[in-house]
Write a protein that binds this ligand. Structure first.
Ligand code: SER
Length: 590
């Protein structure tokens, strides 16, 4: 089965069960202060899991682009990826455990769909603890579809509970599905999750709880289902492959790396690992740079992660003796594999290739300088020196360590780590692949700043020009942060004018109106937003209404305040560069 067939089957199956197909959201989350990347299909859906109405209804299905950076050290094995596609279906207060499990089973085993061998499937359910009881309902549902009791494991929270993604938010017990990838004749009668030959392929999460600040759990107002099935892994399993990199999503990339290096995948364990890392990292970099909210390599936030991925790939490339402007050649292969599914990669091809070439040239330069610096250190590297190489010369940490090892010098690890901690502002949350239910922080303060961000974007367009679009936003209860396309520093006059316009809109006490309209209609009305949606899809449009000429009109999930008069006084506290062609404003309400 090809990846294209698998994606289509998944969507078709849930369409046949009356789910609306929604597009993948951007890899860069909206209004989420706590996460750099979208890391699961449910991530952009948090407001709806908490009860906001979704314009497409109560049953949704999609294939979401995801980035997880928490497992970066495991990348290099057969199954871990920084970027992956997650197939998922959702019930927003509609069907629940029994139905979700029956459909999962039907999709996996029916010959019309995946047609996996029923005798090679095992399952697990939550065993129960002081927070929530044993999941009898899920257990019974597995038995009913035909899984034998011995093949249904009862497991604790560590395994069978999903979320909240951060400290608070929607969460609940889950039910996982495993497929036996060993010799079919030797599939054990009972399931043991320690055995690696049982591969997890799907996770049905029953989001019926909300974890509160004090650590306690309360029942949510609605019972949700959130399922997630990794496309790459499932594709490998269906095709009887023990290595995701042997599927058609990866083989052309590996082939390119073989060509560039003159080495063979599988030749030695080390070469295999190195080729997987290069493949993984450049593929992830292509998707992040090529996202419509495209990110360029930099020293902060998402840009830092992209930089790290590219530089790590280059460093591993050196181990295979690949040199000279090569990352964009690999990127082109990645783009070719995905451009019909993720049209943004096609649209942004030149941008992706240029960014890679630029970053590669930059890194090669700093590498040379850094190496000269390193060689001067002669036999003694203090933690401070090591940190300096990392900070000033952009040496990846691992590289400093490796060089030190090669040359038989000691790095004062403790001192280095403590320097690093002090400086490393890179989202702790994202590096752990975690996110607080940032979208779910529906506190009054956040909601106010969210509405203010709409006013700010509108004011910027009025002052600077219509070409200004939002490139990112991040809102905490304390302040808003908005990234927008503009290449020069704002003058004092421009900043004052923007502040004046926003405060004027606040003073007028304008009404914020929310309407659900088809995407095409939203576009016609000139609503701002990312249009990666499919034709006919309904979206929410928030309008800050003013008599003749509405102040702002954006496609957005909400929530917002009802009237601008609730907002207070608006003040810009910082205006700075974010990345090439993108400026960043931090602002508060006083
Ligand atoms: N949220 C769950 C996961 O990421 C299921 O979609 O695994």
């Amino acid at each position: 089965m090809t990846s294209k067939e698998l994606r289509q089957k998944y969507l078709d199956f849930f369409k046949s069960k009356e789910h609306a197909v929604i597009p993948s959201a951007s890899l860069i989350p909206e209004n989420d202060p706590t996460a750099l990347f979208t890391s699961a299909g449910m991530h952009p859906l948090v407001p709806y899991l908490l009860g906001e109405k979704h314009p497409e209804g109560k049953r949704l299905v999609n294939i979401q682009k995801c980035i997880r950076t928490n497992d970066i050290d495991e990348v290099g094995d057969a199954t871990h990826h920084t970027f992956f596609e997650m197939m998922g279906n959702w019930s927003l207060g509609d069907y629940f455990k029994k139905q979700a499990i029956e459909w999962s089973w039907e999709f996996l085993t029916s010959t019309q769909w995946l047609g996996l061998d029923k005798n090679l499937i095992a399952a697990s359910v939550f065993e129960g603890d002081e927070d929530a009881p044993f999941d009898q309902e899920a257990f019974d549902a597995w038995k009913k579809v035909g899984v034998s009791e011995a093949r249904i494991a009862k497991l604790p929270k560590e395994q069978n509970w999903w979320g909240p993604a951060g400290k608070t938010g929607p969460c609940g017990p889950d039910a996982e599905m495993f497929y036996w990838v060993g010799d079919p004749k030797k599939a054990p009668d009972s399931f043991n999750d320690d055995n690696d030959l049982w591969v997890e392929i799907w996770n049905d999460v029953f989001m019926e709880y909300n974890k509160k600040e004090d650590g306690s759990y309360e029942k949510l107002s609605q019972q949700n289902v959130d399922t997630g099935m990794g496309l790459e892994r499932t594709l490998a399993v269906i095709n009887g492959l023990d290595d995701n990199y042997k599927t058609e999503l990866f083989t052309p990339i590996i082939k390119k790396i073989e060509e560039l290096s003159g080495q063979k995948y599988g030749q030695t364990a080390k070469i295999t690992r190195v080729m997987r890392i290069i493949t993984d990292h450049l593929r992830a970099a292509v998707f992040v740079i090529g996202d419509d909210k495209g990110v360029t390599p930099s020293n902060t936030d998402q840009g830092y992660i992209v930089r790290r991925l590219i530089r790590r790939a280059i460093r591993y490339g050196r181990q295979l003796e690949i040199k000279d402007a090569w990352t964009s050649k690999v990127a082109r292969v990645v783009i070719d594999i995905y451009k019909e599914v993720y049209l943004e990669l096609d649209r942004n091809t030149n941008f992706i290739l240029d960014q890679l070439n630029e970053e590669e040239a930059k890194f090669n330069q700093t590498l040379e300088k850094g190496l000269r610096q390193f060689n001067k250190l002669k036999g003694k590297v203090t933690g401070h020196d090591a940190f300096n190489l990392y900070q000033t010369y952009g040496f990846p940490i691992e590289m400093v360590k490796e060089l030190a090892k090669e040359q038989g010098v000691e790095v004062d690890q403790k001192e280095f780590e403590s320097e690093l901690k002090k400086h490393q502002e890179l989202s702790k949350t994202a590096s752990q692949g975690k996110f607080k239910s940032g979208l779910a922080d529906n506190s009054e303060a956040t909601t106010k700043l969210h509405t203010t961000a709409h006013l700010l974007l509108a004011a910027l367009r009025k002052v600077l020009g219509d070409y200004v679009i939002q490139k990112g936003s991040n809102i905490t209860p304390e302040r808003l942060r908005l990234d927008f396309s503009h290449s020069e520093k704002l003058t004092d006059e421009q900043k004052q004018e923007v502040e004046r316009l926003v405060n004027e809109a606040i003073k007028k006490d304008l009404v914020i109106d929310c309407e659900e309209v088809p995407l095409e209609e939203a576009k016609k009305r000139g609503a701002m937003g990312i249009f990666e949606s499919k034709y006919g899809e309904k979206v929410k449009v928030y309008t800050v209404c003013d008599q003749d000429d509405n102040f702002s009109c954006e496609i957005c999930a909400g929530p917002h305040v009802e009237k601008t008069g609730q907002l207070g006084h608006f003040k810009i506290i910082k205006e700075q560069s974010s990345s090439a062609g993108v400026r960043r404003i931090k602002a508060v309400l006083e």
